[in-house]
Ligand binder design. Structure first.
Ligand SMILES: *Cc1c(COP(=O)(O)O)cnc(C)c1O
Length: 413
């Protein structure tokens, strides 16, 4: 099975097109509901005794095609696509949590996820952050109430790398599932489920979509975690589904009831974007490494952070865990907020945008934008400083990017 390459698998191993007509892409089933020939058929569908579609909030053939592709790429057993990365994370967590439960999370998370964990406090769910991103530091926060462990493959924007295998071992030692946000790495760099994670979440708004034309998210279950009804009472009715317990509960419960579904049109756009994920990631990674190396040598007054540089404290781990590259995000400290703004404003190619994973190079000053509402402590934990610039390196010709950054760092014109 693993003899086939990543790009070949995307193009040939997952459901593609539509056999009745010979269409080579999944058709867009832009229909809210699906009719059936008898009341009995619809009854069987609702009882889960027959396969089929009834209502797009629950499932839809175009969305299913996208889900099957990601399930194949991440090496899981089933996926649920959602309206956004945040919707996928919310569903992934709340499917197993209840009041009184605790989450143990990595210190440098995506700002939206930190905000979400704060929202959970109103429902009696508390989050405790590991002091640093090592399995041992996570272990120190685990209590009897811990019901899940959460980290990002490559933290955004801290660019710390999680030791997924080491963390999965700790999680399973305490009999809790490990959920990994793989947005910044994508399955092209690493498949967390194959390293022992139980559930993986991707914001497919980013690299998977690739062209920034649709917001979406998707979660994929490895089917490996064994849920007990004592520890996860909410799952007790679903344990009979065995490996499918988690996904069955989600689809029959929280996912349909929160109405977090993806639109068929956006699922289709993701299917197109996905075809070039491997090609784009390869280019994002070589461009990011070249730009990071160039910036590090160019100006002694700036500090460049990229897991592909030997100067990153996560370089050795990244080298052993990630395949094919170190991701497309680079950050650097400029010395002051003023200089950061001056550099951003002098750049001619990068777009000033709060997004990552676009084909175009994007820059942002995180402290005044995406991390504006974080406390000083949270900012420091996520590696956000007042003089920091984040670059989402695009797929442009590298010499043009280098020249543009060189000009901006020398004062611009
Ligand atoms: C963007 C992002 C999210 C949120 O995804 P949306 O699709 O914007 O809701 C979650 N995690 C990470 C690491 C992200 O970069």
């Amino acid at each position: 099975m693993e003899t086939i390459g990543f790009n070949t698998a995307i193009l040939h191993n997952a459901p593609n097109g539509e056999p009745n007509t010979g269409a080579t892409l999944p058709p867009i089933y832009q229909s809210s509901a699906f009719q059936h020939e008898s009341a009995e058929i619809l009854e069987r569908l609702f009882e889960n005794k027959a396969a089929g579609f009834s209502y797009t909030r629950i499932n839809n053939p175009t969305i299913e095609a996208f889900e099957k592709k990601i399930t194949m790429l991440e090496g899981g057993i089933s996926s649920v696509a959602c309206a956004s990365g945040m919707a996928a994370l919310t569903n992934a967590f709340l499917n197993i949590l209840q009041a009184g439960d605790e989450i143990v999370a990595a210190p440098g998370l995506y700002g939206g996820t930190i905000d979400l964990f704060r929202d959970f406090e109103a429902f009696g769910i508390k989050t405790f952050y590991a002091k640093e991103n090592t399995p041992k530091a996570f272990e120190n926060q685990i209590t009897k109430r811990t019901k899940l462990i959460f980290a990002e493959t490559i933290g955004n924007p801290k660019l710390d790398v999680t030791d997924i295998k080491g963390l999965a071992d700790i999680a399973h030692q305490y009999d809790v599932p490990l959920i990994i946000d793989n947005t910044t790495a994508t399955p092209y760099l690493v498949k967390p489920l194959l390293l022992g994670a139980d559930i993986v979440v991707n914001s497919s708004s980013k690299y998977i979509n690739g062209n920034s034309d649709a917001i979406s998210g998707i979660l994929t279950d490895a089917g490996t975690y064994r849920w007990s009804k004592e520890k996860y009472p909410g799952l007790s009715d679903y344990i009979k589904f065995g490996k499918m317990a988690y996904i069955a509960k989600l689809r029959k419960g929280l996912f349909r009831n929160t109405g977090a579904c993806l639109s068929p049109q956006n699922a289709f756009l993701n299917c197109i974007g996905l075809e070039t994920l491997g090609l784009r990631m390869q280019r994002h990674c070589t461009n990011a490494l070249a730009l990071a190396t160039f910036l590090e040598q160019l100006d002694a007054d700036i500090t460049v952070n990229y897991p592909g540089l030997a100067s990153s404290p996560y370089h050795e781990l990244a080298k052993s865990q990630l395949h094919n590259g170190y991701g497309g995000i680079v950050t650097f400290r400029t010395g002051s907020k003023e200089r950061a703004f001056q550099i951003i404003n002098s750049l001619k190619l990068p777009l000033i945008i709060s997004n990552v994973g676009d084909t175009k190079t994007l820059v942002i000053h995180p402290a005044s934008t995406i991390s504006l509402y974080c406390t000083e402590q949270e900012k420091e934990a996520s590696g956000v400083y007042d003089d920091l610039i984040r670059i989402s390196v695009g797929i442009e010709d590298i010499e043009d990017l280098k020249a543009d950054f060189e000009n901006a760092l020398k004062g611009g014109n």
